[in-house]
Design a binder for this molecule. Structure first.
Ligand SMILES: *Cc1c(COP(=O)(O)O)cnc(C)c1O
Length: 381
């Protein structure tokens, strides 16, 4: 089945008891047992709830995977993967990760004796050089936040396969509509479903998908043991969001492409970061592994400073100043003082996140209105 059809139908069929076309929401913590230990597949909702099962199946199908797992946040999903490791294990990670992922690695897992090497993941030789005999996991994100760096998933997968390393790809920025890491050789796909999968900025959720039965068993064990599982209402909301993922992503990509072109041609804009632009350093790889260049655009003003960024951000009306991304509404943010404020300035600058960098999550509104909003905000800068 094609992706668009999967968005609408994946994970469920009409419900057998009543014929309900849409899956009911199962508000229950526990399930009656016919005899001790004898039940219909569900015994306690931390381990499993039918509303969660539907969502997990749908997400797995969208990523072309066998096993799906949902969590009460994206970070819950990241934590679940890290818990498959043991003291002494080593992880090769990209040096431009989501801040929360980096914090969890450095502040929670490093002290438990897990080692991390952070690299740019830009060449085979660099990756090979970072691998140690104890390397068990490689963690990448593509495109990254907020400068939209692109990593070659297939290249990483080939190297990881040679060394028996599990490759995890945080696919949050692309969504399963635009990029499917399992098909490129990754072992686990991770999503902050808070973003494009949920799509309406009304829930926090995370997801993992894998084709590997053994890995899936370990992930399920960690999921039910740690208990960072979502409730049925959130699962219902996320599934409802996913049913229009194909429509939303099409609009996000179209609008972001127009926003990027507009900014590129504006005299007050110095630099635009968007993988769809031919001058973007990751453009070739993005064109190879993505079915669209996504809905995120970052840029710098000619007069690149925190004050100018602040002025721009106070001038927009449709682009609301807020963290997060991937919802139907357009958002603008200032990474240096918001999402990346905890990173030391020198490290932040070395990663290309200047004091004046502005990040846009381009929504699904009418493109003309969005361009007009950006234009008037720029005029008043
Ligand atoms: C938001 C985000 C996360 C964390 O997910 P939460 O749902 O906020 O816990 C991880 N990775 C990326 C790329 C994100 O954007």
């Amino acid at each position: 089945m094609k992706k668009s059809t999967l968005c609408v139908h994946a994970g469920h069929e009409p419900e057998p008891v009543t014929g309900a076309v849409m899956p009911p929401v199962f508000f229950t913590s526990t399930y009656v047992q016919q005899a001790p230990g004898e039940h219909q597949g569900y015994d306690y909702s931390r381990a499993g709830n039918p509303s969660r099962t539907v969502l997990e199946k749908a997400m797995a199908e969208l990523e072309g995977g066998k096993h799906g797992f949902c969590f009460s946040s994206g970070m819950g999903a990241v934590d679940c993967v890290l818990k498959t490791l043991s003291t002494g294990d080593h992880v090769v990670a990209m040096n431009d990760l989501y801040g929360g992922t980096y914090r969890l690695f450095r502040q929670s897992y490093e002290k438990l004796g897990i080692g991390f090497s952070f690299i740019s993941c830009s060449s085979a030789s660099e990756i090979e050089a970072a691998i140690q005999p104890s390397t068990r996991l490689m963690w990448i994100e593509t495109p990254t936040n907020p400068t939209l760096k692109v990593v070659d998933i297939e290249l990483c997968a080939q190297i990881c396969q040679r060394h028996g390393i599990v490759l995890v790809v945080d696919n949050t920025f692309a969504s399963p509509m635009l990029q499917n890491p399992l098909a490129l050789g990754a072992n686990i796909v991770m999503h902050s479903m808070t973003k494009y999968l949920g799509g309406h900025s009304d829930l926090i959720m995370g997801g993992l998908v894998s084709n590997d039965d053994k890995l899936a068993e370990a992930l399920f064990f960690n999921q039910k043991s740690t208990g960072a599982t979502p409730g049925p209402m959130d699962c219902y909301l996320a599934l409802r969001g996913m049913k229009t993922l194909h429509l939303r992503m099409k609009a996000h990509v179209e609008n972001a492409g127009q926003v990027a072109q507009f900014l590129l041609s504006h005299p007050k804009v110095a630099k635009v970061y968007y993988p769809g632009l031919s001058e973007h350093p990751g453009h070739q790889i993005a064109a190879k592994q993505m079915k669209g260049f996504g809905g995120m655009v970052s840029f710098e003003l000619k007069n690149n400073s925190e004050q100018m960024a602040s002025m721009f951000l106070s001038n927009t009306r449709l682009f609301v100043l807020a963290e997060s991304l991937g919802g139907v509404e357009s958002l603008a943010s200032h990474p240096a003082s918001m999402t990346h404020a905890s990173i030391p300035r020198e490290v932040r600058l070395a990663n290309g996140i200047s004091d004046g960098l502005i990040r846009l999550s381009v929504g699904v509104e009418d493109a003309e209105d969005l361009l007009e909003d950006l234009n008037s905000a720029l005029e008043n800068c």
